[in-house]
Design a protein around this ligand. Structure first.
Ligand SMILES: [Zn+2]
Length: 292
């Protein structure tokens, strides 16, 4: 499942080819992904210029000249393949399921194809079909049913100690469970929550409402730092994740705690071993010695 840094990596790659370009035509191989596509999906996109490609949590938003926006989510296994007019090809997203012998666009899981005016083709493939696409008025994006309950963006100025004081006040749940609550902060998933807490030296088990101001400031800077570094590295390579230039991301090699059960803590001077526990049905990795 791609997390925010991986989605941002895909956004950067798509923005390069889509922004300022016009969608000439859209071909559909089926009428639904996770949800049914709008009935007039192709007609509402054809002829529209893509004015910008932004991100809200893990949703990609292509703002169109028509005043509508195309909202896209990669789900568990979504991938965009960009085929340039000169034959160059780039893969953006989950590369694991890509069959080597298929020609792009002809695969069983190639569901949507965007033909751009300059000859570029963008193919959306999604073997598990947990991804989604929808079209919604740009002025009402905050009101879309999938995004309206999402919390603040972790890389925006909205995330600060003051916000967290209010958001965490009285919360008895473990800190890690609250950190992945998308209604508070949108886009922090399981992997990066573990990494963030390690960096902030906070135990995933401590009561969320017990954090003091100094802790909250550390938490804010850890969230920003971990996500920004992961974006810079091109997302993780957990599942052969392909970055904007088609190369695998590099962040995985730098995980401090995630998937490192039993291995020595990477913090200088700490002699602890990484422990794995299960919280809300998901694995949490942390160092019991230096995270309190
Ligand atoms: Zn440690």
């Amino acid at each position: 499942m791609p997390e925010l840094p991986e989605v941002e990596t895909v956004r950067l790659g798509l923005a390069r080819v889509m922004t300022g370009n016009r969608i000439a035509a859209v071909k559909l191989r089926r009428s639904d992904l996770r949800f049914p596509l709008p009935e007039d999906f192709s007609a509402r996109l054809a002829g529209q210029e893509v004015q910008s490609l932004t991100r809200r949590a893990k949703y990609l938003v292509a703002s169109l000249s028509s005043g509508e926006s195309l909202i896209m989510h990669l789900g568990m296994s979504g991938r965009f393949t960009v085929l340039h007019a000169d034959g160059r090809m780039k893969s953006l997203g989950d590369a694991e399921m890509q069959a080597q012998d298929e020609s792009p666009g002809a695969g069983l899981h190639d569901h949507v194809m965007f033909q751009l005016e300059d000859g570029t083709r963008i193919i959306y493939s999604d073997p598990r079909r947990f991804g989604m696409m929808d079209i919604h008025p740009t002025h009402d994006l905050a009101g879309h049913w999938l995004t309206q309950r999402l919390g603040i963006e972790p890389l925006s100025r909205d995330l600060n100690a003051k916000y967290l004081v209010q958001a965490l006040r009285g919360r008895k749940a473990p800190l890690k469970s609250v950190l992945v609550d998308q209604r508070l902060i949108a886009g922090i998933g399981n992997i990066y929550a573990c990494e963030v807490l390690f960096r902030a030296r906070l135990s995933p088990r401590r009561t969320a409402g017990s954090l003091e101001n100094l802790h909250l400031q550390k938490l804010v800077s850890a969230i920003r730092g971990v996500l920004k570094e992961a974006i810079k590295a091109g997302g993780s390579t957990l599942r052969d994740y392909a970055g904007a230039d088609g190369s695998p991301g590099a962040f995985q090699h730098r995980f401090s705690v995630y998937d490192r059960e039993g291995q020595p803590c990477r913090r200088r001077g700490c002699t602890g071993k990484i422990r794995r526990i299960v919280q809300s049905g998901r694995s949490t990795f942390y160092c019991p010695k230096c995270q309190h």
